[in-house]
Design a binder for this molecule. Structure first.
Ligand code: M6R
Length: 569
């Protein structure tokens, strides 16, 4: 998490870096800052809050060498002193850092320096400053002593800029206007970029870029083409989240068209005797993976989804006949990346399903299956989720030897808001439960996550068959239960659960295409293929979370305590 940016060149670097930070703000938005060089003196401007505050504070500054940061707090609370950039005790160096230095406490005790913040980053900076040699040598030496992850830009009072990275992304590009550095390709300018591998370092001096490996030896690097994610919509909406939900149909259609045109599936290298599929992901992408596992089972494969944060430390026996699919909108999520690296290092078959061209996950995996949802900015994932489900569904058809659907299939996907009167009612409850069985249970989990994430209402998803095994004890007049039913085979079972809830005074609202729930208030879904109902049913539930968030006056695009890419464990 956190966004870092740097600029060395002819333009006003403040404008370039603050503009870059604005693009990266989705990575963290609790505080931000810039450091710049003015007559061989390092100056710093920092502030709590978003990049707009920083833009106001720095608008009269002009500097050609600037580094900047937008923070998602890990070590040390949200305060101006903990915001980056940090300055070293000698005042000769400033630094911005993404990642976590795990052994910072031990290192801090060994350093003879003044500390102005509670951060691990400041310890790393003073460690660099205390080493012998030129700035790259110092940085390389210090990096050998730190444990953990980092992407750093170090600025010296002499005007040299040094970059380094370990398990946290960092990229740079060079144009006629200058050198641009960022933790996401999105914030770079130009047509080509360099990507740093772990334990590679860069020195930028007199407009010259030199690359080094961890032994301090100069290395050559090749540039790659920047592929930016398309921004689709000019629909006027109150928030990115709202426009992104409205873009769902375009995203699904574009993904289908691309798959057909480029024949993507036949380019995927599969194990010769493919018999099982494992999907590994976090958060919403994990829910899409659970859905995908069901599609692959339907296609005749043994399939299972894992939380990446568990998988990487788990006891799974890896198998050469398994395809490991890593699902991630950003392609930068730390636990998903670590899991992919682990599988790749053992030479098993990996596939990255991402929505971000040039992402780290794409580089790690043997195969890449892109989704074409366009750039997703809101922290709450919506169109990327439906696109992941769609993509996994299409891949399962391919593996089962079936034809891909026609484009009409998408045009006919019904699109639905959540019924207005229920929104206010649900917002008034202290306890919100989402229940369902089979695919609807997965939708319940995703709906519950969306509600928690942006409305801050505590909600829980329960497999409806599990109610009686404990959770029913919580049902009373203060509880509302949103019951999802899109799978014909479980209607009658769910009906009995609803009666049990009603008998205990709980309020029930059903989300379903079936006519069997006449005795309950119902958000009526249109009829569609049952296997694809998870795409149809999640849309009103995404709207439910959004509308409650709006009702409470929160910003749906930047929920508290969260960030779009979770690049730390
Ligand atoms: O970029 P990823 O898809 O790997 O992100 C995984 C989760 O952090 C993400 O889906 C998160 O749960 C969403 N913010 C939920 O809306």
């Amino acid at each position: 998490m956190c966004g870092i940016c740097g600029y060395v060149g002819k333009n006003n670097g403040i404008g370039e870096v603050v503009g870059g930070l604005k693009i990266l703000e989705y990575r963290g938005y609790d505080s931000c800052g810039v450091a710049y060089l003015d007559n061989e003196k390092i100056n710093i401007v920092k502030t709590i809050g978003g990049v707009d505050n920083l833009s106001d504070l720095s608008k009269d500054i002009n500097a050609n060498i600037v580094i900047g940061h937008t923070r998602w707090a890990t070590h040390g609370g949200v305060s101006e002193k903990n915001a980056h950039p940090h300055i070293s005790s000698s005042k000769k160096l400033a630094m911005v850092h993404n990642g976590i230095i795990e052994n910072y406490k031990e290192l801090k005790e060994q350093l003879d320096a003044n500390f102005y913040s509670e951060t691990d980053s400041e310890v790393f900076l003073n460690l660099i400053d205390g080493e012998e040699g030129d700035l790259v040598e110092k940085t390389i030496k210090a990096s050998k002593k730190v444990q953990g992850t980092f992407a750093i830009i170090v600025l010296s009072e002499s005007g040299e800029v040094v970059l380094g990275k370990r398990e946290s992304p960092l990229y740079l590009s060079k144009t006629a206007e200058g050198i641009f550095v960022a933790s996401d390709v999105l914030a770079l300018k130009g047509e080509y970029f360099y990507s740093l591998n772990d334990d590679e370092f860069v020195s930028i001096k007199n407009f010259q870029i030199l690359f080094y490996n961890k032994n301090g030896e100069k290395i050559d690097k090749k540039q790659e083409k920047i592929e930016k994610n398309e921004v689709f919509s000019d629909i006027f909406c109150k928030s990115h989240m709202e426009s992104e939900i409205f873009e769902t149909k375009d995203a699904l259609l574009k993904t289908l068209k691309k798959y057909k045109k480029d024949d993507v599936f036949s380019n995927i290298k599969l194990p010769k005797n493919l018999n099982s599929i494992s999907l590994i992901a976090c958060g919403t992408a994990y829910h899409a993976s659970l859905m995908g596992a069901e599609f692959f089972k339907e296609a005749g494969f043994d399939a299972r989804a894992y939380l990446a944060s568990e998988f990487r430390y788990g006891r799974e026996l890896l198998n050469k006949n398994t395809l490991y699919i890593f699902v991630s909108q950003s392609g930068e999520t730390a636990d998903t990346i670590a899991s992919a690296k682990m599988v790749k290092s053992r030479k098993f078959y990996t596939l990255a399903l991402t929505n971000t061209p040039n992402s780290l996950l794409n580089r790690i995996c043997k195969n890449v299956l892109p989704t074409f949802a366009g750039r997703e900015i809101a922290v709450a994932s919506t169109k990327a989720y439906t696109c992941q489900i769609w993509s996994l569904y299409l891949f399962s058809l391919y593996l089962a030897g079936k034809k891909l659907p026609t484009e009409n299939k998408i045009s006919n996907i019904p699109f639905l808001n959540f019924d207005e009167p229920y929104i206010k009612e649900i917002a008034g409850f202290e306890k919100v439960f989402f229940i369902g069985r089979d695919l609807d249970y997965i939708t319940a989990m995703e709906a519950s996550l969306k509600l928690k994430e942006i409305s801050y209402i505590n909600s829980v998803a329960i497999a409806s068959g599990e109610l009686k095994h404990g959770t029913l004890a919580l049902i009373d007049k203060d509880a509302v239960v949103i019951a999802i039913c899109t799978q014909g085979k479980i209607k009658t079972k769910l009906l009995s659960n609803l009666e049990e809830i009603k008998a205990r005074g709980g309020k029930v609202i059903v989300v379903s295409q079936f006519d069997d729930f006449k005795d309950f208030p119902c958000v009526k879904l249109p009829k569609y293929d049952e296997l694809l109902m998870p795409i149809v049913s999640i849309i009103p539930l995404q709207f439910l979370a959004l509308r409650i968030c709006e009702l409470f006056g929160y910003n749906p695009d930047k929920p508290r305590n969260l960030a779009k890419s979770v690049t730390v464990e």
